[in-house]
Design a binder for this molecule. Structure first.
Ligand SMILES: *[C@@H]1O[C@H](CO)[C@@H](O)[C@H](O)[C@H]1NC(C)=O
Ligand SMILES: *[C@@H]1O[C@H](CO)[C@@H](O)[C@H](O)[C@H]1NC(C)=O
Ligand SMILES: *[C@@H]1O[C@H](CO)[C@@H](O)[C@H](O)[C@H]1NC(C)=O
Ligand SMILES: *[C@@H]1O[C@H](CO)[C@@H](O)[C@H](O)[C@H]1NC(C)=O
Ligand SMILES: *[C@@H]1O[C@H](CO)[C@@H](O)[C@H](O)[C@H]1NC(C)=O
Ligand SMILES: *[C@@H]1O[C@H](CO)[C@@H](O)[C@H](O)[C@H]1NC(C)=O
Ligand SMILES: *[C@@H]1O[C@H](CO)[C@@H](O)[C@H](O)[C@H]1NC(C)=O
Ligand SMILES: *[C@@H]1O[C@H](CO)[C@@H](O)[C@H](O)[C@H]1NC(C)=O
Ligand SMILES: *[C@@H]1O[C@H](CO)[C@@H](O)[C@H](O)[C@H]1NC(C)=O
Ligand SMILES: *[C@@H]1O[C@H](CO)[C@@H](O)[C@H](O)[C@H]1NC(C)=O
Ligand SMILES: *[C@@H]1O[C@H](CO)[C@@H](O)[C@H](O)[C@H]1NC(C)=O
Ligand SMILES: CC(=O)N[C@H]1CO[C@H](CO)[C@@H](O)[C@@H]1O
Length: 600
């Protein structure tokens, strides 16, 4: 054991170091996790089913980072199909190599591992990770990702008395391969079988509707305290309305940016979105309270089962929650008025005035970005239509194109001079031509300031996400977008986030400054539409790239497609996966092993 060649004292010191400090590659601390993806059997809705677990947990463990941390996540694929993990909202500065989508990464084959290494540079906020391929998220594999502020950085509210994460999402008792088979045969996924909260089914609020014996989520609180609730819609395709009986939700953050604080009694969270609320336990403890996440914009008497119910339990509670669930917003059939809610979310600008070093996603502190006075360099109108048949198969499109993933990831193809892997010809507006499938990518301008109009001509609510960036949501309205609509843009305090809803029959306009080199996925978050091809990429390369602007591929980069012959076989039977997301434990165990070896 050559690596054990230390004095016993130095080993103790090293053990101490591994336990109580953060092992660091550069000046910024490194946190590390081991993720083993495998199936476990659970019955959240009373039907036993195999779900995607991480280290045996469903949902997966928390990644708990702090601004500027280096994060190493070693992923072992113990599934029977390819895997990629993606970290939406994490901006991966200059580093699309770690983004975990097929346009930038080769998939991790079964029984292989791949370690993701990236820095959470200048970011704060609440996010979640998930497996990006083949509808796998519909079977789990997701978990929370928090970036805490550094202690020297102020936050725009008093330190909460506690922090809870709620992963809410629609759920099917069919697994992702069965759902995929439905889509492949041209069927719609149909109504989900329920809504899970942190992987658990509904509390039995109604003995007719909910079977006995389902596990449900309970959040334990003390009276008078204020807690932060980070709520994420990790589901397949259903917009959810979130509410806590008798309590106000004070919105403070959406996907990494602090908002102007406003109370809501219910809040819409669309697929892929994350929001944080402060909730004060200011009610009497006569009983527990319901926490609900209910399908939005549907006929509730038909969608009754698509209801998630958890319990808010005061430590001095006198009894269980009873009675009807807190009332739905009155605008269930009035999307017009519901749109006022996202339109009212504003970026908190006062942080900047208080302290120029306050946290924001970019070196520019939150709010200092005078986006409203920057001239737009390129406009893209991306129109989605209902799925349609192309070459005999059901497909979903953007500007008439249903995306085909490249066999060789885009930048890997560039750097290795693989020709014809993709086309840089994604149209800037819907064209009058027949629908087709293609690997067509946006040729975006490095340092440009892009305006993207998301025009939803589909019949469902959709949410769109852009990897590597957040964008300013400057406008949202009904009808077909026209240049006249620019007059109504919010040029002052539009919220910046990375996932935005687009109402059916309406449009959403976003602005983004293209300062992050790489290739970045622009997609619909609704899994069915995504699976059917409703996505593209933006290729953003510094024309003067001299190996400095964009990070070089990591030493562990995987090869596939035209470059498959460069790839070594990395398969092995089991990952070093005793570790449950505990930073440095591996190192500690190694040292302990050395200690045993030396002392014996
Ligand atoms: C998923 O469901 C299909 C069809 O019901 C079944 O054949 C398959 O074994 C299931 N896969 C897993 C991993 O449970
Ligand atoms: C996450 O990290 C923060 C800051 O280091 C710490 O205060 C908090 O307790 C951690 N949360 C969990 C669940 O480990
Ligand atoms: C601003 O932030 C710095 C640390 O970045 C801190 O030292 C200073 O006290 C803060 N100023 C105010 C007015 O909060
Ligand atoms: C339970 O749900 C059923 C079906 O919607 C309804 O008829 C009944 O009134 C509900 N029971 C209670 C106690 O709310
Ligand atoms: C939000 O509601 C709480 C009570 O739940 C109240 O104390 C607080 O002042 C309200 N905040 C705002 C900004 O309205
Ligand atoms: C406690 O709150 C509930 C609901 O707000 C109310 O109906 C009840 O009268 C209150 N009880 C007491 C003792 O204040
Ligand atoms: C909702 O569905 C029920 C049951 O099919 C139907 O009776 C009712 O009219 C529907 N409501 C609306 C507003 O469409
Ligand atoms: C934006 O464009 C206008 C007119 O085309 C021009 O006058 C102005 O200087 C430009 N502003 C910036 C910041 O480049
Ligand atoms: C689209 O193309 C078809 C035939 O290719 C033509 O008949 C139609 O007028 C065109 N529509 C528009 C809006 O240009
Ligand atoms: C992409 O855009 C740049 C200008 O931004 C242009 O020079 C280049 O030719 C374009 N590439 C293709 C393939 O259209
Ligand atoms: C789709 O576009 C057509 C033509 O502009 C329009 O008539 C229709 O109402 C739109 N439907 C939706 C759901 O946007
Ligand atoms: C723990 C571990 O395996 N770390 C490796 C992860 O991959 C990077 C390359 O991206 C290596 O430098 C690390 O040593």
């Amino acid at each position: 054991m050559a690596f054990c060649n230390f004095s016993p004292a130095s080993i103790l010191l090293l053990i101490h170091f591994a336990l109580f400090s953060r092992f660091s590659l550069s000046a910024d601390p490194t946190i590390s996790y081991d993720f083993k993806l495998s199936y476990i059997t659970v019955s959240p809705l009373g039907v036993p089913q195999k779900v995607l677990a991480i280290n045996g947990q469903f949902p997966g463990p928390l990644v708990n980072a702090t601004t500027n941390n280096n994060v190493v996540i070693k992923v072992y694929n113990d599934l029977d199909e390819d895997l990629l993990m993606t970290w939406p909202g994490i901006q991966m500065r200059r580093n699309s190599w770690q983004d975990g989508v097929l346009g930038t990464n080769c998939p991790i084959p079964p029984k292989w591992d791949f370690n993701y290494t990236f820095q959470v540079k200048d970011q704060i906020g609440s996010f979640f990770y998930f497996p990006s391929l083949n509808l796998q998220r519909a079977s789990g594999g997701f978990g929370p990702f928090i970036i805490n502020n550094r202690p020297v950085i102020q936050i725009p509210f008093a330190q909460p008395d506690g922090d809870f994460t709620l992963l809410i999402g629609d759920w099917y008792t069919r697994n992702h391969t069965a759902l995929r088979a439905d889509l492949d045969s041209g069927k719609d996924l149909g109504m989900p079988d329920g809504v899970l909260i942190n992987g658990k089914g509904p509390y039995r609020y109604n003995t007719t509707l909910v079977p006995d014996g389902l596990p449900y989520e309970t959040i334990k609180v003390d009276p008078g305290k204020t807690y932060r609730f980070r709520v994420h819609n990790v589901g397949t395709s259903t917009s959810l309305n979130f509410r806590i009986q008798g309590h106000n939700l004070l919105l403070v953050e959406t996907e990494g940016y602090y908002t102007v604080q406003q109370n809501y009694t219910s809040f819409d969270i669309h697929v892929g979105q994350s929001s944080s609320f402060l909730v004060t336990m200011d009610q009497n403890a006569t009983s527990d309270y319901y926490i609900v996440a209910i399908a939005r914009f549907v006929n509730e008497s038909i969608w009754q089962k698509v209801t998630g119910v958890g319990i808010l339990h005061y430590s001095n509670s006198k009894g269980p929650a009873t009675g009807p669930l807190p009332e739905a917003p009155s605008d269930i059939y009035n999307q017009w008025s519901a749109m006022n809610q996202p339109k009212a979310i504003r970026l908190l600008l006062s942080l900047k005035r208080q302290n120029t070093s306050a946290s924001g996603a970019r070196p520019n502190p939150q709010g200092s970005y005078h986006y409203g006075s920057i001239n737009v360099t390129d406009t893209y109108i991306l129109r989605s239509l209902p799925p349609t048949t192309i070459d005999g198969k059901l497909r979903a499109t953007l500007n008439g194109i249903s995306f085909v993933n490249p066999a060789t990831p885009i930048r890997l193809a560039d750097l290795n001079k693989v020709k014809g892997s993709y086309k840089l010809d994604f149209p800037s507006a819907p064209l009058n031509r027949t629908f087709h499938r293609d690997t067509s990518v946006i040729n975006a301008t490095y340092k440009g300031f892009i305006e993207i109009i998301l025009q939803n001509n589909d019949t469902r609510m959709q949410s769109f996400h852009m990897n590597g960036y957040s964008f300013f949501i400057v406008g949202m309205d009904w009808g077909i977008w026209s240049e006249n609509n620019r007059g109504s843009y919010n040029k002052w305090d539009a919220i910046s986030r990375s996932t935005v809803e687009v109402y059916p029959g309406g449009w959403t306009a976003v602005l983004a400054s293209l300062d992050n080199v790489g290739v970045w996925n622009l997609r619909v978050e609704n899994l069915d539409r995504w699976y059917l091809g409703q996505e593209t990429y933006m290729r953003i390369i510094n024309p003067d790239e001299n190996g400095e602007t964009e990070m070089a591929p990591p030493s562990n980069v995987l090869y596939c497609g035209a470059l498959a012959s460069k790839q070594k076989d990395l398969s092995h039977k089991s990952g070093v996966s005793i570790i449950h997301g505990n930073p440095n434990l591996f190192f500690t165990l190694l040292m302990a092993l050395c200690a045993v070896f030396i002392f014996s």
